[in-house]
Design a protein around this ligand. Sequence first.
Ligand code: ADP
Ligand code: ASP
Ligand code: MG
Length: 468
Amino acid sequence: MKIVMKFGGTSVGNGVNIRHVADLVTQYSKDNKVAVVVSALAGVTNSLIETGCQAQRSDEKHIQAFTASLLKKHTDAIAEAITSKTIQKEVTEITEKSIAELEKVLTGICYVGELTPKSKDYVMSFGERLSAPIVCGAIRDYKAQSQFFTGKEAGIVTNSNFGEADPLMNYTTHLLRERLDPVMEQGVIPVVTGFIAANQDGIVTTVGRGGSDYTATILGVALKADEVWIWTDVDGIMTTDPKLVAAARMLPQLSYHEAAEMAIFGAKAMHPRALGPVSKENIPVRIRNTQNPANMGTLITKDPAANETKPVKAVAMIKDVAMVNVYGAAMVGAPGSYAKVFDVLGRNNINVMMISTAVSEANISMIVKRGLLGRAVSNLEIALQERGGLISEVTTEDDVAVIAVMGANMKGSLGVASKIFSTVAGKGINIRMIAQGSSELNISFVVKEKDGAAVVRAIHEEFNLDKA
Ligand code: ADP
Ligand code: ASP
Ligand code: MG
């Protein structure tokens, strides 16, 4: 089989884990053709963003301490993951060079006092640029041939939507085949940085947080893989986040549709856009646990064979969101008034995740990412002044979470919504907003963030999600 294997940050968190990953890869590459995609070491992307933001505030003193600790983290990993002194030396040199470059970039940001989406992508790219050479070195240490590539070197070309870029799939496919197929034909295992790519001008882009999954499926489609395996720290996609509910159960099979829905609604185990490319080509995806390779994980295909018939399959909580309420008596019966509100948000690149309106039409409630709340409100207020009284008031709540209850068999099953809402009411928790898509694949509602975990637990229990 030809398999693209992606290892998340949790699977390459330190040298010992990287060595284990290299062991897995070399084992599987005996009978299969394997291409590897790696994330940054766990926590590194977050720390890069944090330091980039500090640099933007012209705070120079943190930079050197940060790059020194980053160097230590990676040289420690090299020492643990690789035994050959020659390979250790080679990888250490690459690491030192990358970190010296990062230090210059951060200092530059500090002087300019500006972290643009473009420079932020450049800063974030260092996480994967540091991990890939170590994983490649560890595979070589196991006496297999391996070569590492940045996403750009491998041939992933995206649009210039920095921070959330999408591939130019035809061009990317052509380049990936041209560059990686001959390497794989010679028995060399390519190790490609996840998450990062480049636009047509060769400027570094990223495909969104958690985007190494997306890189893996892009490679899977381009290289015509038989399967894409997403290796992580849990057994597969579960009925809910196992960190919230210990009794969460692995779902053995899911359709692309269901898995995408779960990814969009907070199941962090998968990047929301990752299933797009593979679902078109019908390439199966497995989510597997690096620490439990005996388990075959969750298989995601077009038509899962042993699909469960339960109406509710999973429940998730999305944090880091905020609610915006727009009021205005003048919106009532005024054609195009909603369009105007969404136009303001759309033009300012603010994605609305959930909408609910009152029949009276005097109010629209929307959920946006919490980080975009300020931009959403300020732009709506400007529009409020400009549009002659269409909107009279904008209010916000930034301490909310969305709870999404999912399952393809909810369609047409009576009483699911009432059971959900009475369960929440039974806990004495107030629901702030409700939405149900016409696909009937999910029912989502908003509660105060502090109540979110209790709601997830109550629904998991009420629908017996721990039992098949
Ligand atoms: P990786 O570093 O491998 O990309 P992530 O942290 O992105 O890993 O995703 C794995 C984590 O997603 C798990 O540790 C788990 O806590 C969380 N998670 C949230 N919801 C789910 C779910 N429904 N199924 C499985 N994992 C989930
Ligand atoms: N390192 C990136 C992130 O933390 C991409 C990934 O892990 O998939 O978002
Ligand atoms: Mg992830």
